[in-house]
Ligand binder design. Sequence first.
Ligand code: ADP
Length: 858
Amino acid sequence: MMAQYLALKDQAPDCLLFYRMGDFFELFFDDARQAAQILDIALTSRGEHSGAPIPMCGVPVHSAESYLARLIRAGCRVAIAEQVETPEEAKKRGGSKALVARDIVRFVTAGTLTEEALLNPRESNVLVAICPLRESLGLAACDISTGTMELEECTAQTLGAALARLSPREVVCPQDWDMAPPEAVTREGRTFDSAAGETRLRDIHGVATLDGFGAFSRAMLAAAGGLIAYLDHVGRGRLPFLLPPVARGGHAHMAMDEATRASLEVLVSASGTRAGSLTDAVDRCVTGAGARLLAQDLSAPLLDVGMIGARLALVQWLAEDSLLRDDLRAALRAVPDLGRALGRVVAGRGSPRDLGQLRDGLAQAQALHDVLAARDDRPDLARALLPRLTGHQALVDLFTRALVATPPTERGQGGFIAEGYDADLDALRAASGNSRRAIAALEAKYRDETGVAALKIRHNGVLGYFIEVPARHADRLMQPDSGFTHRQTMAGAVRFNALALHEEASRIAEAGGHALAAEEAHFEDLIAQASAAREGIAASAAALARLDVAASHAQRAIEGGWCLPHVVEEPVLAIAGGRHPVVEAALAKAGERFVANDCTLAATDRLWLVGGPNMGGKSTFLRQNALIVLLAQAGAYVPAQSARVGLVDRLFSRVGASDNLARGRSTFMVEMVETAAILQQAGERSFVILDEVGRGTSTYDGLALAWAVAEAVHEVNRCRCLFATHYHEMQRLAETCPALSLHHVRAREWKGDLVLLHELAQGPADKSYGLAVARLAGVPDAVVKRARAVLDKLEKGRAATGGLAAGLGDLPLFAAAIEAAEEKVDALRDKLNALDIDALSPRAALDLLYDLKREANS
Ligand code: ADP
């Protein structure tokens, strides 16, 4: 057995091997140790291997899914080795000692799940394959739970942004690619072949050319080839559901890089949860498919005023008609996850319950169709969705006749085909029902005959039907001419068989077997019918999701008093009474009110420098405006009184390094790399928010960098930009930059306490309130007092020297000290550079080290 196990394990070295033994999946060796720890189950042992006991643990087959879910979540991959013959077959093949043949029937990986229990209904489950081809990278992404597939091309620089948008659960790339992300699964480079990819796609979709689907580059097709080869491998040759590929051009969507998405917390919050994210604050979808589409929309805002307008018109229609909206949402609530049910059905993992979901979903789509069709004021998008919601009546009728109201998830036991669908099946069921009644009659008859009132006819899996009497009455049935044959003696009872009982039991078994076979045949037929209509069903699912998203936006708008944004081509941004959806919701929970603020950027006033105290609301203001732009271009209402949004082609959000330290990833270097990306990429149609850039280094160069960055944004990039800074000195920029204006978040000192008003005002910030913020934060009074005294001294000193008026304006207070320190470092460096190490004697080297140490410490 171990030899068989090890041979299977060889085929799945990077997976935990689930080895089927009877009612359990067993794991051995390191697999067992790892799984036992993750699943918190007992680690035992079995036999020996090379003289040591073999660690083992196991999970019951019937509850394997929940264990699988936990292993996948913990980042494992699992190979399932099933018995592929019965013990009888094994005996026939190899004698009584023969081992049952086993084979890996499937690999379970994070990106290739279809099971309801393993998927999050509100999140897409994306698998991505990347293939480098000369200068560019082909990207193939699919969600096999619903069959969607898209292909795109990017460069090494934009790969991060593309992956951040797709947020894949699993990434596959060629083995020999040196830039492969560390968590990626790597595969033989040859499987990433563009010709093979094209052929496979053509075969899958039964077309002679892919032209009808779009224009695909060689890199895209090579990635598709790798993706499909991987799906083949994982499904052991059985391909999942794949819809025709969609080519995604680089220019259809607003560009947002990874850092911007993370900083705006689009899909997940800074702490890595959905709670606290933009998506979570916006989502009022009533279906999982709607929630998934909403997340995709927010990940890829549009760039086409017409398409944005079409989405918005639908939202507006539903926002302004509460009856229609409520009806629509109530109807949508009853829609099962059509797309995922279809995914399982087409992938050959469908259950009777999935067929029931198709029936209910398609029926509900038709009902929604009828509601919308009855309205003649419907907007264009609703009109375009209508035909996709209908046309499945024949299938719905068939499934309604064929299936019971709530079909089971298991098909093995039968019982899902409705009565009246198949007369033969009904007859078989009637026969077994008659036999059951006959058995009940037999029981009464045997009681009469034997005079044993406690006689019972019972059933179990081992004996089938049998007669049971208490032991003290057994003698009567033991008589040779009694007509009963002894089968088993238990502690207090004895079991018998009888000819008539045996005959009825056989009839039940036979009818049951035939009935099961009949149901199975119907099941296959229904699956085939559903599969044949796959593209139409997928289109219905997509249309339902689109309606749900629109209704969600409308609902959210009504709840929060949000407004319809006006999206235009010119580079403006005019937001009145803007709010931050996440911060506002958090404040509301604490019973506090959010202070709305305006923002008006235009070609002549495109860079706002926002000053004011820490905790004054600068970051919040910056982000709320970026989020409003993002929402508007995704086709949603926005948290503001009014909003005129000039199309943004690239959105950037950057936070100074020290804010990010808590996330444990950022250093000043990262901050500068990110800033460099903005300066290289932002153009006149871009929108940039920069929050405390330069904070990650010393005051001196931090200010200098912030200054230079703001200047470049103003002069070179000429994008719309909100720039928050605590450097007072930067206010001088207003003198030389005509399209830059000064703003601040207001604060007041009242009886020695600081009151933060969170209100944006025109003009420069008057002072930094650093000490007042420190006090607010609970720094002891004595320390604040001492700081006040030091500050006074420093300010007097500065007044006396008159500061450095030229260029940067006043240098920061500690500039002189920093300069002195840097001089010392320079001197040390010069000294080291001048050394000829090879010419030093050991003694001289030692002396020199003492010298240097003394100097460094002086
Ligand atoms: P800064 O960037 O100036 O340090 P933040 O934007 O981080 O300040 O805001 C600090 C806190 O102030 C927020 O967590 C929030 O609780 C509160 N706040 C910010 N803006 C507002 C607002 N417009 N209305 C009410 N409270 C606000």
